[in-house]
Design a binder for this molecule. Structure first.
Ligand code: GLU
Length: 510
């Protein structure tokens, strides 16, 4: 094992990368960067049946969007490649042979039907979980139960075979997990896993440990679902005579209600994405992604970092570099981390507010219909960003900056639009007309003077004024809104609004 920290993210291209997978990649990245090490992307595509076209590219695109790019690996190159396991097919067989020679593995000729029959028989006898193991292997067709001649004959004959690991009986496998501490598993609970398939492809277990060894991986950081495989991996390293990397198994990500693991189906069902980017299945089913839902990559990454890790302080907002600077495996928890969609929105809101008006204007520009210059858009962003979680909220909540008013808030009409409102609004129109300069300060001054002069409270004038200009009952400062819209537009809206609101009020009264 090398002195240098070298970690890998080793997804299987069996579908889009779930946010749990992105978190695994992120923790690997943070660990590597915090130790001056390498972060490697290895594609584990030995399961041909579950291969999904496009998944590998999706993984690469997702890591890119998150800004956690490997410095070595599939589509990045490097000295220890190839980094896609199907391109390494020729490497694995010699190691499987080596395990057979050393007595740690054996040929098995059982067909799928043979195995099914055994399982059925066991079930009929009331044995729930039949396993191919030290107890049952002698009654199966393999190079332990069959004579040497028979085995040679079958191989020479081209009979299909798998290679299985000869799991020792009653041995306590012990290893230290960087997050969980010492883990001990008795081999009587483990079966003779297939290492090499009939198709000439290694299984995940075999390819995984060979590649981790050949790629000089120092730490295996992966999801908790791989913890049950770790004892086999430890035994495989021993059988190969190789030093095992260090292991760290990350806690599960739980559903918002805390009941069970967050699955790919939960997201759209419960109204939040569980994938980094949109993904459309071959059947045309769309799974939504954080990117397309309007999340900032920094917010997504910041949120993910906190699903299972914390810095030990109350600080929550961390850039990627700050995460690198603070990250350690010691501060990763053992128990499942509950995903909180509201908190995720909150992170986005914080990042949105931290953007400049110009940056936000660039983001909303493509979504806006009509001809609005960037200064105007930046002005809208300045007024609307305090209340927005997503860039699109600025457009939806501030639609009156882009469209004429088609709807007037019913509640404001009911509660605030009185008999004398048209007169008051006409007075205001005349006050505004007289203004040469229409800045927020000018509008506010005239408005306040008008209230004082007539001894009106704000509640008598303000809400109706807002209603006419924006159609809404709430929003940012009216003086800022009016200054941005400009004098002509404000006066037009007020004049037209009086008539329309009166009509609505009368219609409601009938
Ligand atoms: N290929 C495995 C996966 O899809 C990787 C497990 C590991 O990191 O060892 O998650």
């Amino acid at each position: 094992m090398s002195e240098k920290v070298r970690v890998r993210f080793a997804p299987s291209p069996t579908g889009p990368l779930h946010m749990g997978g992105v978190r695994t990649a992120l923790y690997n990245y943070l660990f590597a960067k915090s130790k001056g090490g390498d972060f490697i992307l290895r594609i584990e595509d030995t399961d041909e049946k579950r291969f999904v076209p496009g998944a590998q590219q999706y993984i690469i695109d997702s890591l890119k969007w998150c800004g956690i790019e490997p410095n070595e690996g599939a589509s990045y190159g490097g000295e220890k490649g190839p980094y896609v396991q199907s391109e390494r097919k020729d490497i694995y067989k010699q190691y499987a042979d080596q395990l057979i020679e050393s007595g740690n593995a054996y040929y098995a000729f059982d067909t799928a039907d043979d195995l099914d029959n055994m399982r059925k028989q066991a079930q009929e006898m009331g044995l729930a979980n039949w396993q191919y193991n030290g107890v049952t292997r002698s009654s199966m067709k393999n190079s332990i139960s069959l004579s040497k001649e028979e085995v040679e004959k079958r191989i020479a004959n081209g009979d299909p075979y798998t290679i299985r690991f000869k799991m020792p009986r009653n041995v306590d496998v012990k290893f230290e997990d960087e997050i969980r501490g010492w883990v001990t598993v008795n081999t009587n609970n483990l079966d003779d896993k297939v290492l090499y398939k009939e198709t000439g492809m290694p299984t995940y277990h075999m390819a995984n440990i060979i590649d981790d060894h050949l790629m000089e991986i120092s730490h295996v950081i992966r999801g908790e679902e791989w913890l049950p495989s770790a004892p086999l991996h430890v035994l495989l390293y021993q059988a190969m005579g190789w030093e095992a990397p260090k292991f760290a198994h990350l806690p599960l990500i739980l559903r918002p209600d805390g009941n069970g693991k967050l699955s790919k189906r939960d997201g759209d069902r419960l109204g939040f994405p569980v994938f980094p980017l949109n993904w459309t299945t071959a059947e045309g089913e769309l799974y939504s992604g954080y990117k397309e839902a309007g999340y900032f990559n920094e917010a997504f990454v910041n949120m993910l970092a906190f699903l299972g890790w914390n810095p030990g302080t109350n600080d929550e907002i961390f850039s990627l570099q700050e995460l690198v600077d603070s990250f350690s495996l010691e501060r990763v928890g053992k128990s499942g981390a509950r995903f909180d969609p509201d908190k995720t929105k909150w992170f986005n809101q914080v990042y949105l507010r931290s953007k400049s008006n110009e940056e936000l204007a660039d983001l909303i520009q493509p979504l806006v219909e009509g001809d609005f210059d960037s200064t105007y858009l930046a002005g809208v962003c300045e007024l609307m960003k305090e209340r927005a979680s997503f860039p699109v909220d600025i457009l939806n909540d501030g639609d009156y900056f882009f469209n004429e008013i088609s709807d007037y808030d019913q509640k404001t009409i009911r509660k605030k639009w009185k008999e004398d409102s048209p007169t008051i609004m006409n007075d205001l129109i005349n006050e505004f007309k007289a203004l040469d300069s229409f800045t927020a300060a000018d509008i506010e001054r005239v408005f306040s003077e008008y209230l004082t002069k007539n001894e009106y409270g704000f509640g008598k004038v303000g809400p109706s004024f807002r209603l006419l200009v924006t159609g809404k009952g709430m929003g940012p400062s009216m003086f800022d809104i009016c200054a941005l819209l400009g004098k002509d537009k404000v006066l037009d809206r007020m004049v037209e609004g009086i008539e329309k609101v009166e009509a609505l009020k009368n219609a409601a009264a009938e």
